[in-house]
Design a protein around this ligand. Structure first.
Ligand code: 3PG
Length: 394
């Protein structure tokens, strides 16, 4: 795929699709990670004399102009991150957008209003693509985290104008390739989280690609139950026993070693500092709940991390939001961080709760790459083609 190195930017109207879908509270951005990540792309285009015209969505307004989902509220945080003024146009197409763009000097940065204010965006409507494209000379795609959506600003527009990957997209694709595309083996996947039901495709894809697969979090209980163990009151999807068995068989056939917990921190209630004990997974009482992977199991996970050359991580190993059930997640994450710092491991993580779990473990800066993508990261782990990435390869 082409990158910013392959295009002339000076004097050009550069449409840049980024992900500004950031968490907000009381009008303030509460986590600026996604904004910080796009700064290199935006600054580079600006410094090279391009007019930086930002396309993005906020929330899911479903084609309605919902004021609470205006991108205007993100502009101050973006301006602060870029250390320069950022303009705003109250529409992403038509006369309002055109007038604001006509007013730009080379190097200026302008945010256009939420592309999802128009139904055509999510329908990938060619007419909306023509309207959006009328305001730019080329497109820079820098929103990997929305690349699983075949929308106009993530996919359709690329058929209307030259399109290249921005620096964040480029970095993300390189990291993902190092994790599952052409990885340095052995590759270990660490998958946690509450439910197997949301990760069936992901697990099925992984067993055919990785050498070891750690299953933790609530989803491990479903596997333990499928093996005939009594999981007490633990979170468990008993109706997925057959699915879990199928995944175990597929793993065996593919030569992928599944690492399930052998012990757990067991409490009687889901609460911070609930009285708990370490128990073997064969002796969980009827009123017990496994809330974290136990010390013996953590040791096995850490041993695998030390043996691996690549780790790809999604989801926490226990109920990391409440202490002390964050213990296994923190210990395993720190082991991966240490190995990475020592130059012995490529570690890539992303999806849903993963970023906050790794932040909580204090290893955010020590992994090789942490993706800010949620759904897109999961679809990539499922082995699905992402429309917003495929179109850049075309
Ligand atoms: C995200 O927040 O994961 C992306 O911005 C995609 O948002 P969406 O799930 O509303 O498409």
């Amino acid at each position: 795929f082409k990158t910013l190195d392959d295009v002339e930017l000076s004097g050009k109207r550069v449409l840049v699709r980024v992900d500004l879908n950031v968490p907000m509270k009381d009008g303030e951005v509460t986590d600026t990670t996604r904004i910080d990540r796009i700064v290199p792309t935006l600054s580079e285009i600006s410094e090279k004399g391009g007019k930086v015209i930002i396309l993005a969505h906020f929330g899911r307004p479903k084609g309605e102009k919902v004021p609470e989902m205006s991108l205007k509220q993100v502009v101050p945080a973006l301006s602060k991150a870029l250390k320069m003024p950022v303009g705003f146009a109250e529409d992403c197409i038509g006369d309002v957008a055109k007038a604001a763009i006509d007013n730009m000097a080379n190097g200026d940065v302008l945010v256009l209003e939420n592309t999802r204010y128009y139904k055509g965006e999510e329908k990938n409507d060619p007419e909306f693509a023509a309207q959006l494209g009328a305001n730019g000379d080329l497109l820079v795609a820098d929103a990997f985290s929305v690349s699983h959506r075949a929308h106009v600003s993530t996919e359709g527009l690329c058929h209307h104008m030259p399109a290249v990957a921005g620096r964040t997209m480029q970095q993300e694709l390189e990291a993902l390739d190092a994790a599952l595309g052409t990885p340095n083996r052995p590759v270990l996947a660490v998958v946690g989280g509450a439910k197997v039901s949301t990760k069936i495709d992901l697990l099925e894809n992984l067993v055919s690609k990785v050498d070891g697969l750690v299953i933790g979090g609530g989803m491990a209980n479903t596997f333990l139950a499928a093996q005939g163990k009594d999981v007490g009151k633990s979170l468990c999807e008993h109706d997925l026993a057959e699915t879990a068995k199928r995944i175990l068989v597929a793993a065996e056939k593919a030569g992928c070693e599944i690492v399930l917990p052998t012990d757990a921190l067991v409490a009687k209630e889901f609460a911070a500092n609930a009285p708990h004990e370490v128990l073997d997974v064969d002796s969980i009482p009827a009123d017990g709940m496994m809330l974290d992977v136990g010390p013996k199991s953590v040791e096995a996970v850490v041993a695998w991390i030390k043996k691996a050359n690549t780790v790809v991580w999604n989801g926490p190993l226990g109920a990391f939001e409440i202490e002390p059930f964050d213990t296994a997640t923190v210990a395993a994450a720190q082991a991966a961080a240490e190995e990475t710092k020592a130059g012995k491991l490529t570690s890539v993580a992303g999806g849903g709760d993963t970023v906050s779990a790794l932040n909580h473990a204090g290893v955010y800066d020590d992994f090789s790459y942490i993706s800010t993508a949620g759904g897109a990261f999961l679809e990539w782990m499922e082995g699905k083609a992402l429309p917003g990435v495929e179109v850049l390869k075309a």
